[in-house]
Design a protein. Structure first.
Length: 146
């Protein structure tokens, strides 16, 4: 059974996700609304997957959660956000992003894809509507003096 941490500042949305995940065989290791709470819960419960909202209750960002978990052996990370057009995420930040609003089936399929990435290093289509894989950051070329 895969363990999922939900990091979402909207408690109604978080409760919806928790009920959906439990009904589909996931264990929810907790719900966090802030960066500090999310990091503490993740360190304690060691989830396999994390669903991260971009903007959190304390004014923090989901990317701050991911950055603090990297040294611990990062779990699979799925961003679920309505702010996709305002941020630039790469694979250093997580594995994939799902645009809000989304359907319950799209969230479940997105988690399956991220779990597959963690297990095999590969994403298996089909991809749900509003889903994007996070690609490696572009390598910046350096000017070479002659």
């Amino acid at each position: 059974m895969l363990k999922v941490l939900i990091v979402e500042d909207d408690l109604m949305m978080a409760d919806f996700m928790e009920e959906l995940l439990v009904d589909h065989g996931y264990e929810v290791s907790g719900i966090a609304r802030t960066v500090d709470a999310a990091v503490a819960l993740a360190r304690h419960s060691k989830p396999n997957l994390i669903i991260l909202d971009m903007r959190l209750a304390d004014g923090g960002l989901g990317t701050e959660v991911a950055a603090q978990l990297l040294p611990l052996g990062r779990p699979g990370i799925l961003y679920a956000t309505g702010n996709m057009s305002q941020v630039s995420l790469t694979s250093a930040d997580g594995d994939a992003c799902l645009a809000k609003p989304y359907r319950a089936d799209d969230l479940l399929r997105s988690l399956e894809i991220v779990a597959g990435i963690v297990a095999t290093g590969k994403a298996q289509p089909p991809f749900p509507r509003g889903f994007q894989l996070l690609h490696p950051a572009a390598v910046k070329s350096q000017a070479v003096g002659l």
